[in-house]
Design a protein. Structure first.
Length: 295
């Protein structure tokens, strides 16, 4: 005759151990909160500076202004030759189309490197990775001359069209690592059903690669929105300025600078990036966590 053994239950830790663990948890969270506040201080100071009177703008490190004045937001939005909303629109158009180009172009190139067999594939992949070590300033002048001859200078085309040609090796490498983690049996089954490489890319790879595509889209949008050097080189008329060039317009090295308006518009320029990251942060974390891992 046999009897069933009673299930083992984990005993709670002794009371002194629980107290020590609780104290450690409190100290860790307090340190993390203090570090977060330290990192957020420049942003909080900029928000405070946008509503602070001009005479005490740089005279104190306090985050609490003596008086609240929101007129800097009105001056910043309407104080230049064109409305600041124009700069927002220009940046949004460039960022959206550049992001779309990066996702489409880099995913196609990554699919070719990860799934297709062609002559010199490893050589071209290594050459593509080598461009990561090539400074942007090395190719700046040849690119500018080429776009000048094509009549694209002072338009958004130099900032958008190259993205559709898979020029960002970082995103290609990221996607290649993710694509390699997708079982090849799916490709073989699709080929047996008569699927072409294009249909495999469109019907199988893209739906399974949503996390890495979202990761590339988020980084591409943020980097394009925050880009200052590219628009500075190719955009000349104020009607074509992006947000970053518009912010520079508030600082005049030869005259008075409107720092309050600069801070106010800088605060507004953070909102699109923050919202874009907020909506897609789950896919961003999943894409980074699974890239390069076999599933």
């Amino acid at each position: 005759m046999t009897t069933d053994a009673a299930p083992l239950r984990a005993l709670p830790p002794p009371k002194p151990v629980r107290r020590r663990l609780a104290l450690q948890s409190v100290l860790i969270h307090a340190a993390l909160i203090a570090a977060s506040l330290l990192m957020l201080y420049p942003i909080l100071w900029m928000v405070s500076g946008s509503v602070r009177p001009a005479d005490e703008l740089f005279g104190t490190t306090s985050l609490i202004p003596s008086a609240v004045d929101v007129s800097s937001y009105v001056r910043g939005w309407t104080g230049l030759q064109v409305s600041f909303g124009r700069f927002f629109w220009n940046s949004l158009v460039i960022s959206v189309f550049a992001t779309l180009g990066n996702v489409v172009g880099c995913s196609l190139a990554a699919f070719a490197f990860a799934r297709l067999r062609f002559a010199g594939r490893d050589f071209w992949f290594a050459l593509m990775l080598g461009t990561l070590m090539l400074p942007y300033h090395v190719v700046l002048i040849p690119q500018y001359i080429m776009f000048l001859e094509m009549g694209w200078v002072n338009t958004a085309l130099p900032l958008i069209v190259p993205k559709y040609l898979a020029t960002d090796a970082f995103f290609i490498f990221l996607m290649v690592q993710f694509f390699r983690g997708i079982p090849r049996e799916l490709d073989e089954a699709a080929i047996m059903d008569g699927c072409s490489p294009w249909r495999i890319y469109w019907r199988i790879m893209l739906p399974l690669s949503l996390p890495v595509l979202a990761t590339a889209a988020i980084f591409s949008f943020i980097w394009t929105w925050d880009d200052f050097f590219g628009p500075l080189i190719y955009l000349n008329d104020i009607d074509t300025y992006t947000v970053q060039l518009g912010l520079r317009s508030f600082v005049d090295s030869t005259g008075a600078s409107d720092w309050s308006s600069l801070f106010a518009m800088s605060n507004l320029s953070l909102i699109p990036v923050f919202l874009f990251f907020l909506f897609f942060q789950r896919l961003l974390i999943e894409g980074i966590a699974t890239t390069g891992m076999k599933r």
